[in-house]
Design a protein around this ligand. Structure first.
Ligand code: IPM
Ligand code: MG
Length: 407
């Protein structure tokens, strides 16, 4: 093909991409307000196991969730539905990120608890279909990826508000091999998309009394989309006079998260999709690893809660999936409780997880038969949650950890 012909083809495809994004903007303009769970007759919660270790750790987390919502389920105010069909085998078979019938089932829910799903890349044994995570975030418009990281003894209490539907991810599967020598990807920032994520971050900072937001971009180089992100944040900040804010470039921020003299100052971060993806893994590692972090994907109509790690298919082929650590999925359940207004349950589960994972560790999950199974660990967490001295024990451990860190 001549270069001229290749350019023409690429221009046509680019035109289509632009049209789709502008159509999306029109939908965003009509977006409703946040759903009010207290007004629902019945809350439908879908459990979507995913693949690899996903169905195993989701089942353990589901038990904890059912335990916490037992009253609501009994009273018919909540219903749990198990949704199969998001396995990589099935996705590869229908060549779709989310099979149509599975998507339909997901759309019947209000809340989704999702296990990890395998994400193929070029050259893998699977067809190079779009990530199921990314597709679900886009399909259900889950624009705010909220990822908390806390290490009390180091004074770390961070909440990341990662934009979840735009940036380099929006057209991540729509890049172009223009000629054999030239490949191009695209990055998207809309007025509506950047505004709602920055507003969510500022709102959180205000509501929690943290009152400090750091906006992270690379606006000195990625001038248009990151520039837009930053200028939108600046405009939104005017509505929050009580919230202090500053902006950082992603590279230096990555370094500052490792700087003991500086990192405990940060509270709430708002950032574009790809930077949020990368830096939340770094932050989770500081907390103890990606296996210790939960993640909320929030939209105004739907909300999905998940682990931030992958599906570890090797654990399944090696026959040790039942030993996979469900703690990140259980953490996602705590975030779910918080989101649906069950704040006391969220708080108790959070304390129980700290005791089980960091402090007392009476059961260890090693990923092998040398440790506990995921279900045994879930039982341990549920038992701990019911301890009479839960709050006292948790406080004692935190105080001891803080004192030890000072020495
Ligand atoms: C995450 C994951 C996903 C992402 C992958 C699985 C597509 O890394 O949730 O952070 O990149 O967003
Ligand atoms: Mg990631």
């Amino acid at each position: 093909m001549t270069d001229e012909k290749a350019i023409k083809e690429a221009q046509e495809k680019f035109g289509l991409l632009l049209r789709n994004q502008l159509n999306r903007v029109e939908r965003l303009k009509k977006e409703g307000d946040w759903i009010d769970y207290s007004k629902l007759d019945k809350m439908i919660i879908g459990v979507c196991g995913g693949d690899g270790i996903g169905p195993y750790i989701s089942a353990s987390a589901q038990r904890v969730m059912e335990f916490l919502l037992a009253d609501k389920i009994k009273a018919g105010k909540a219903e749990i539905r198990v949704i199969d069909g998001l396995t990589i085998e099935r996705r590869a078979q229908v060549m779709k990120a989310i099979p149509d019938d599975t998507l339909e089932e997901l759309k019947q829910c209000h809340i989704i608890l999702k296990g990890p799903t395998t994400t193929p890349k070029k050259g893998d044994e699977w067809p190079n279909i779009e990530s199921a995570n990314v597709a679900m975030r886009k399909e259900l418009d889950l624009f705010a990826n909220v990822r908390p990281v806390s290490v009390p003894e180091l004074g770390i209490d961070w909440t990341f508000f990662r934009e979840n539907t735009e940036g380099s991810y929006a057209l991540g599967s729509e890049g172009m091999d223009v000629t054999p020598d030239l490949a191009m990807d695209f990055c998207v920032a809309t007025k509506q998309g950047t505004e709602r994520i920055t507003r969510a971050g500022f709102e959180h900072a205000k509501k929690t009394g943290k009152n400090y937001v750091s906006v992270i971009t690379k606006a000195n180089v990625i001038k248009t989309t990151d520039g837009r992100f930053l200028s939108t944040a600046e405009a939104v900040s005017k509505d929050y006079p009580g919230v202090k804010w500053d902006d950082w470039f992603i590279d230096i921020l990555t370094a500052k998260l490792l700087d003991p003299a500086r990192r405990s100052d940060f509270r709430v971060f708002v950032l574009p999709n790809l930077y949020g993806d990368i830096i939340t893994d770094e932050a989770a590692q500081i907390q103890g690893g990606v296996g210790t972090a939960g993640s909320a994907n929030l939209g105004k109509r739907y909300a999905m809660f998940e682990a931030i790690h992958g599906s570890a298919p090797r654990m399944v082929t090696e026959g040790r999936a039942q030993y996979a650590d469900p703690s990140s999925m259980i953490k996602a359940v705590a975030m779910m409780m918080d989101h649906i207004g069950e704040t006391e349950k969220a708080r108790k589960l959070g304390m129980a997880l700290d005791i089980c994972c960091q402090f007392e560790k009476r059961l260890r999950v090693t990923g092998r038969s040398t440790g506990a199974t995921g279900n045994e660990f879930a039982d341990y967490v549920m038992d701990t949650m019911q301890r009479e001295d839960l709050e006292k024990a948790w406080k004692k451990h935190v105080d001891a950890a803080v004192a030890a860190a000072k020495n």
